[in-house]
Design a protein around this ligand. Structure first.
Ligand code: HEM
Ligand SMILES: *[C@@H]1O[C@H](CO)[C@@H](O)[C@H](O)[C@H]1NC(C)=O
Ligand SMILES: *[C@@H]1O[C@H](CO)[C@@H](O)[C@H](O)[C@H]1NC(C)=O
Ligand SMILES: *[C@@H]1O[C@H](CO)[C@@H](O)[C@H](O)[C@H]1NC(C)=O
Ligand SMILES: *[C@@H]1O[C@H](CO)[C@@H](O)[C@H](O)[C@H]1NC(C)=O
Ligand SMILES: *[C@@H]1O[C@H](CO)[C@@H](O)[C@H](O)[C@H]1NC(C)=O
Length: 340
């Protein structure tokens, strides 16, 4: 009897130790305090205890009337992190007519700025000058994608501070283009400290949302100069896309990135990739490298994608972040604080 109880006790303690180890190794730098690049869970626990609840409340109230919001905010967070790190530079307006990140071509369909501003206003009323726009964007993207809310789809570490610079001229060199081939994508992600698993899992962000004809129509009509479609595109799907983008040059039309399933955050993106129905050349490119192909297959027929995505989002959310005394806590997300 005594022995059985001891065994149960030892078993429970082992579980606890394993759990602590899992959390620390998922988010940690090895010293057990759970931080990544100076970020940590619940950074505002004391300075603004309701911050995360306010973000979640506003986002969950907005998504039902604005179902495109999850895709918009996820993409906005990605664009923020890839240009100058996750410092909310994507939210800044142009200054003195020098175009900002949001004035660049790839911004074309960014939106949701108003929602971030609304959240910021409510939070500033509660805790002035405490919560960064960069953290609000990271939390908002997570909460929107997690709708309808059951649990968080990934953890958001907080403690980012806001940058003071945003330049349109820096966007193209840092953001992958829809026309990028595999080696360009891989190099770009590596330069941000992300590896192949991150490239493939984060591309799975395309399980929601849409793309404009101009981002893929080069694949439809005269791809190799012989009046044909991209041979790596499923011919039936190519036919469908031509019907959607008959006049690609001046089309405001959009097509789902994950056909038939673009409203749910699932692993179907990887299934359609394997059927040669990746919409962008950058999606199709993930099949061109053997290791990448294997990851696409693994994510298509297991639930590994969801864990991998969660891990990669934490890494993406920590790219070149400003912490400590660097940067500032903006009062309004679209303009830097006045200097005096
Ligand atoms: C791998 C390199 C990537 C490239 C080349 C790329 C490119 C693009 C392009 C061209 C669009 C369509 C924009 C439009 O026409 O409106 C798009 C949409 C989108 N991207 Fe990516 N992307 C990449 C990675 C990512 C990552 C890492 C995420 C987030 C984790 C992401 C999330 C999204 C979302 C959610 C949309 C849909 C936006 C909407 O519906 O408005 N993308 N992407
Ligand atoms: C994106 O850039 C274009 C062209 O510079 C500009 O007209 C548009 O207003 C910008 N979009 C956003 C959301 O700022
Ligand atoms: C990929 O694209 C880059 C930039 O356009 C180009 O320099 C490179 O040769 C391409 N690589 C392959 C393997 O096609
Ligand atoms: C990428 O990094 C993660 C840890 O963040 C690791 O689990 C994974 O095995 C790495 N993938 C590759 C291909 O190196
Ligand atoms: C297709 O591309 C080739 C080579 O660039 C060009 O000569 C031809 O005129 C194009 N055809 C059409 C219909 O645009
Ligand atoms: C996943 O499915 C593909 C076929 O769709 C199969 O070839 C592959 O072996 C499967 N991989 C795993 C890890 O089950």
């Amino acid at each position: 009897m005594m022995r059985a109880r001891n065994i149960v006790f030892v078993f429970l303690v082992s579980l606890l130790v394993l759990e602590v180890f899992r959390v620390c190794s998922a988010y940690g730098d090895g010293d057990g305090d759970g931080d990544v690049a100076g970020l940590r869970l619940n950074f505002y626990a004391e300075s603004c205890p309701n911050a995360e609840i306010i973000v979640k409340g506003i986002i969950l109230s907005r998504v039902p009337t604005n179902p495109t919001l999850p895709a918009k905010l996820l993409r906005m967070h990605f664009h923020d992190c890839f240009v100058r790190g996750c410092d909310a530079s994507v939210l800044l307006n142009a200054v003195n007519n020098v175009p900002a990140e949001k004035d660049s071509i790839p911004n074309a369909s960014l939106s949701g700025f108003d929602v971030i501003d609304d959240i910021k206003t409510v939070i500033e009323n509660k805790c002035p000058g405490v919560v960064s726009c960069a953290d609000i964007l990271a939390l908002a993207a997570r909460d929107a994608v997690s709708f309808p809310y059951i649990s968080n789809k990934w953890e958001v570490l907080t403690g980012r501070r806001d940058g003071r610079v945003s330049l349109s001229s820096e966007v193209n060199a840092n953001l992958p283009s829809p026309f990028s081939n595999f080696s360009t994508l891989w190099q770009l992600f590596s330069s941000k400290g992300l590896n192949l698993t991150d490239l493939v899992s984060l591309s799975g962000g395309h399980t929601i949302g849409v793309a404009h004809c101009a981002t893929f129509s080069n694949r439809l009509y005269n791809f190799t100069g012989k009046g044909d479609a991209d041979p790596s595109l499923n011919p039936i799907y190519a036919q469908f896309l031509r019907s959607q983008c008959p006049n690609p040059a001046n089309s405001a039309t959009t097509v789902e990135l994950d056909p038939g399933s673009s409203k749910s955050f699932d692993k179907n993106y990887f299934n359609i990739l394997l059927q040669n129905e990746g919409l962008l050349q950058s999606d199709a490119a993930l099949l061109k490298d053997g290791n990448s192909f294997q990851l696409v297959e693994r994510f298509s027929n297991s639930s590994d994608f969801f864990n991998a995505f969660a891990t990669s989002m934490v890494k993406m959310g920590a790219i070149e972040v400003l912490t400590g005394y660097a940067g500032e806590i903006r009062k309004r997300c679209s303009v830097v604080n006045p200097t005096n």
